[in-house]
Each structure stands twice: as C-alpha cells, then as structure tokens.
Design a binder for this molecule. Sequence first.
Ligand SMILES: [Ca+2]
Ligand SMILES: [Ca+2]
Length: 482
Amino acid sequence: MNKLLLIFLGVLTGLGSLAQGHQQKYNVLMISVDDMNDWAGFLKGYPYPKTPAIDKLAGEGVRFNNAHCAAPLCNPSRSAVLTGMRPGTTGLYNNTYNFNDVLSDVLTLPRYFKNNGYYVAGAGKLFHADYISINDWDEYLLRNRDNIDSNIQKNRVGKAVWAAIDQGDEALDDTKMVDYVIHQLKQEHNKPFFLHCGTYKPHLPWYIPKKYFDMHPLDSIVLPDVNENDFDDIPQMGKEMIKHSGKTWARLKESGKWKEAVQAYLAAQSYADAQIGRLLKALENSNYAGNTIVLLWGDHGWHLGEKHHWTKNTLWEEATRAPLVIKVPGNNSNGRVIDEAVDFMNIYPTLADFCGLEIPEHCEGFSMKELMENPDMPIKQPAITTCGQNNHAMRDEKWRYIHYNDGAEELYDHEKDPIEWTNLANDSRYSNVKSFFKQYLPTRNKEQVEIENYHDGYIRKRGVVVSADNPEGIPLDEYYKN
Ligand SMILES: [Ca+2]
Ligand SMILES: [Ca+2]
C-alpha cells in the first residue's frame, strides 16, 4: 500500500471515529436525593434498609463506600458540588444566600454542559430553595408544594415532623418531578443530554403514604447506639454543633417517640427510593440506556440520635457520609466498590472527564475516572468536609480528623471505633496522624458572605416549567398537552 493511500485511509478512519465519537457522547442523568444518609441500603448504615432501587443501581455501577459531602447542609453542599468550589472559596456556609447572589457568572455544572452542546433540563431540588439560574438550562421544572390532606394527624416533636398519610404517591411533589424527567427520557433528543432529577424526600416533613411506613414495622426499628458520656471528650466547638437540633433528640427520647420518628425517616427514604426506581426503570426502557451515565448522590448525611443529635450540620460521620454511585455504561469499573475516602468536589470533574470535556480550572476536586477504572490506585488526599468558616473534617480509610477554627481537634480511629466515641486527638501517640491531615487543611477560608437584596432576580414560581424564553413558566398540565 502506498504512503498516500495510507494517509487517506487514516484520515477516513479519523473522520469516522470523530463522527461516531460525537454520536456516542455520553448523556448524563444526575439524581440528587435530599438528606439521604448512609442508611441507603448499600452503605449499611442501618441494619434493615428498604432502598432496593438505589441498591440495584449501586450493584450495577461503582459504589463509593466512603464518600463525604463538601459541607453537611443543603445549600453549601449543593453550591460546592455544582459550582466546583469549596465553601471556604465562596464563603457559602449556610442556607441564607444562594450561589448566584454571591458569585457572578460562575460556570456551574449544568451551564458547562450547556456551553458544550448538551441539552440541559431538569426537575426538583438541585440548588437550595429552588433558585436556579435560568440561563444555565434549556428548561427546568420547579418543584411545588406537596398536596397533603389538611386534616391529617401530624406528629411534631421539635424538628421531627411526621405522619403516615392515607394518600398515594401522587400526593407528593417528588412523584411529579420524576414523571417530568421520565417524560424527557421518552423524547427524541438530537444532541446529548444532561438531565437532572432532584427528590426533596427524605427531607422533612415526613408526611409519607402509609404503605412506606408499613415497610418498616415499628417493632422492627433499631435505634442508633448512643453513648451517654460521649461528649466528655469533645471540645466546646463540637458541643456547639448540636446546641439547637440536639434538643429534638432529647425530647424524642423523653416522649418515647424516637422509634416512631426513625420509622418515619425510613418511610421517607423508601418513598424516595421508589420514585428513583421508576426513573431508573424508565431509563432502562428508553433509547438511552446504553449511553447514559447515571450519577446518584445525597447532599449530606443525617443524625437520628447518633452523637445526641438530630438532623445535620456537624463534622461527624453521620452528617458527612452520604450515598454516591456512578454508573458509566460499558465501563470496566461497573460493579466495583471504592473504599478510598473521596468527597463530592469530585463530582463535577468526574462527569466532565467521562463526557470528554476538559475539567474547568476553577474546579477544586479531581476526576475519579482513573480511580474507578483502577481501584488499586492510591489517592493521597483525604476527603474534606467544611462546616462554617474554617471548621473542617477529614477522612481517609482509617481516620476522621476534625479541626475547628479555634484550634480544637478530634480524631477517631474507624477501624476500632466506627461510631466515633473515643476522641484520640489529645493522645500524643497519634500526633503524626494529625500532622498528616493538617497538611491538607484548606487554606482558603473566606468569611461568611453577607449581602443585601439577596433574592433579587430569582424565579420563585412553583410547579411550572421555566426556560429562558419563558421565565414565567408553563403549568405542568399545559406543558404536557403541547
Ligand atoms: Ca439536604
Ligand atoms: Ca466521645
């Protein structure tokens, strides 16, 4: 074969694979589950979980056994994942200010995919409080209020609110959010898509159809192990973390309703799981099953009595560990379990990498593509969670190290003490362990942002599909008619 012909054939092959490469560009289905802690079955945080859909996905994809949020609260966690920047970089530590009030022109994860030729749409809770930046999306369904009978008998103990309702799944808005994303999966898409589906459950309130309570009979409920003297070795800053919501746990215990409240959380998890199951089934039955990456994450963990606490926003295992599953069709990584500690800053770069997009420079995490494809790859860097200015927790396979902004510390050995009862930070035998972690303490620790007029310019409509062309939005029934 002469040289010219070889070059010609080479060009043809190149063109062919380019065309194919474009067609085969992965789609993305991102599923965000609000307040889903490590009781999701595959993480084994609870002995009798009922989350079959999430567990099935975890079995099919790569399940991260030791994954931690960037911040243990909705807004800072979500903002960090979706902007690619840690709370200490943005100054977003609480739920007051949305990313877009603080950061002008930030290249969010959906905007990055949109800029790179993706059709980008979604539904439900993604950024906190439904503030989405309309230009980041082709269209988005904003969530609505649940449609709960007003005469239900509600249980309320502090921050625990629940009821088993005699209504079907359609009473809850998450059901409609999932329906919309299923609708998207049934459409012909002429370019790759990035679809988002966010469920609000298992976030409070836990007004959940009774059938999900029945999946968790009260006499089967196992309460978390609690050590009455746990706080004897915890510094003042740690005690501050449970100051408010910890009272709910104490009251639940006194009222004898702790078990009921735990049952309600499990019911809310099972409801969310059932919706996710419908969505994943629809993907399986769609034209896109073979080329759609599925990434499921929970925004942070949740205490149900562990460390005398109720809810979130601490730097202990229960608040930082959350579900993360990534399934890339046809990838050799599927079925693997990653025990290395990772944090959610890696979500943005990993999705970009698998989709053949350059990882934007501002992203503070790293792509886990190589780690997923080669699980023996050691990663030096611990997982980092930030809770308020300059308070950080770090995790590797063996240790949790906590460093508060006043210099106080905690250190737990997860091999011997997985429920973090014995603080080893003051034991000189472990000073080298602390030194290891200290070198990774984030150096950017911006002050909490304070701004005026912070909700300006946001869409606060409910239950409508919005787009840049129609920021007022279209009601769902009308939308489906068109
Ligand atoms: Ca949350
Ligand atoms: Ca203790």
